[in-house]
Design a protein around this ligand. Structure first.
Ligand code: GDP
Ligand code: ZN
Length: 465
């Protein structure tokens, strides 16, 4: 996808598009300083090329053909290798409107040997030029997308290399084993130290255990970085929209007294003491001839399928109704928290019946129109997410599918290697498995990742990053 030349000089708008106080254009590569000099008139008339690195220079951006002043700007030069990409970089800070940013960018491309950067290309260069590894590059995106303090902590732990060094600690001993076996295979007649297969099996077992500990953390890591997909379900008027509002601390969802008015489903993130809940507010689940409403019902069903967690709402002020029974049926065997709402009013719900139907599910009592019980609900959800897990150092959590898939594959190869050793299968076959495990671990940090994997990862970045 980004099979473009790594030696090109690239440029992109690095700040979000729209109106802002300032906007930044980032230019990276061999022509960057020279090209910006051609459109930038520093207040003291000195060229950027003659300035020290990491200095901010104030001046004006001028179209060299028309001599039109486009904007005031501050240029910051960062000479490689002391820059994000390890190449020469110029960042042009101008006013944050669409027009100045676009005009300056197209001017650069027009007058210089510069092209528009592909998505993630700056970070890709940082990776290819050896400033960060692949896990760190992914962390850059995770930091940008972090929804809560906890997810930011996971991502910044990955960026600092904490996660990568964990992988290396698992991976390096494998290479030693491989080298040892290969020496024994290549030079059978020489006095290579006798390899004690039992000892090797133990060592491989230890590595496997470490991988399994990491894999056990993967679910928590994924939830912290991607959010816990949460569906709020319940019959009309039970308080779904009110709870959503309460959790989001905003007035985003429409709350109304008319049953069935929350027809469309919306999706938002709520921060539950660090756990990002990706909440889908579903339309009321009920039988109806109304077409619009029916779509909502279908969606609710499909959301229940997709959700990691279901908050099943019941109205504490009303006895069990048909709609409640339908919902109980839909959420069978799902990961559910029973939420009994409206506990500020007189209660007439048969809670024992619900308990009997949903044995094993936690119950929280709340009032969605106040903070009543929200703490209790938060605790129940936290307990579910961190269920049985030791408290992890967030920076070491596996936080994406690519990483956990690679770990799983590595683990399988190690199991095969142990089996082979156990069955006295020739050592060259054992080495094949050890090497494969070593490579899969390398995929995580990018040492052995194929170009396809690398391109795929960076194509998901935004432009300018
Ligand atoms: P939905 O149809 O399930 O989305 O229900 P809404 O959130 O729209 O709420 C229906 C009505 O119940 C609204 O008038 C809310 O103000 C009210 N309501 C929701 N939760 C509570 C609660 O905990 N206590 C009280 N007293 N009223 C509530
Ligand atoms: Zn609603």
């Amino acid at each position: 996808m980004i099979a473009k030349d790594i030696n090109d000089t690239i440029a992109a708008i690095a700040t979000p598009l729209g109106e802002g106080g300032i906007g930044i254009i980032r230019v990276s590569g061999i022509n960057s300083i020279e090209t910006v000099d051609r459109i930038f008139a520093a207040i003291n008339k000195r060229a950027l090329a003659d300035r020290h690195s990491h200095r901010a220079v104030y001046g004006k951006i001028i179209d060299p053909k028309t001599k039109d002043i486009i904007d005031e700007a501050i240029c910051i030069i960062m000479r490689g290798p002391h820059s994000y990409t390890k190449e020469d970089i110029v960042e042009i800070q101008c006013h944050g409107g669409m027009l100045p940013l676009r005009r300056i960018l197209s001017l650069l491309i027009e007058i210089g040997e510069i092209r528009l950067a592909a998505p993630g290309e700056f970070t890709k260069r940082a990776f290819l030029n050896g400033r960060i590894d692949l896990a760190q590059a992914q962390a850059v995106m995770d930091i940008i997308k972090a929804k809560t303090d906890a997810s930011l902590k996971v991502a910044s732990g990955h960026l600092s290399g904490c996660f990568s060094s964990h992988i290396r600690q698992i991976r390096d001993p494998l290479l030693e084993m491989i080298a040892h076996y290969e020496a024994a295979i290549d030079f059978p007649e020489e006095e290579v130290d006798e390899i004690d297969n039992i000892q090797v099996m133990e060592k491989i077992g230890e590595i496997k255990d470490k991988i399994n500990v990491m894999l056990a953390s993967a679910n928590t890591g994924r939830i912290l970085s991607e959010g816990l997909v949460t569906a709020i379900v319940g019959k009309p008027n039970v308080g779904k929209s009110s709870l959503l509002n309460r959790l989001l601390h905003s007035e985003r969802a429409i709350v109304t007294d008319v049953p069935g008015t929350t027809r469309d489903s919306i999706e938002e993130y709520a921060d539950m003491e660090g756990i990002p809940l990706k909440i889908i507010d579903t339309a009321g689940i009920r039988h109806t001839e109304d077409k619009v409403e029916k779509i909502g019902v279908d969606r609710a069903r499909s959301y229940i399928e997709k959700a990691d967690l279901i908050l099943a709402l019941f109205d504490g002020t009303r006895p069990i109704e048909d709609d409640d029974r339908k919902i109980i049926k839909l959420i069978e065997e799902k990961n559910v928290v029973i939420v009994i709402n409206k506990n500020d009013l007189e209660q007439s719900l048969d809670e024992r019946w619900i308990r009997k139907q949903c044995s094993g599910s936690e119950i929280a009592h709340i009032s969605a129109v106040s903070d009543n019980g929200i703490k209790e609900l938060t605790e129940v959800i936290k307990k579910k997410v961190y269920a049985g897990n030791v408290v992890y150092n967030e920076g070491e959590l596996v936080n994406n599918v690519r990483q956990s898939e690679a770990l799983k594959k590595a683990e399988r190869h190690l199991s095969d290697a142990i089996k082979s050793l156990d069955n006295d299968i020739p050592e060259d076959l054992v080495v094949i498995d050890l090497r494969s495990a070593w490579e899969r671990l390398g995929d995580i940090i990018g040492d052995t990742a194929s170009e396809d994997i690398i391109d795929e990862i960076f194509s998901r970045f935004c432009i300018g990053k």
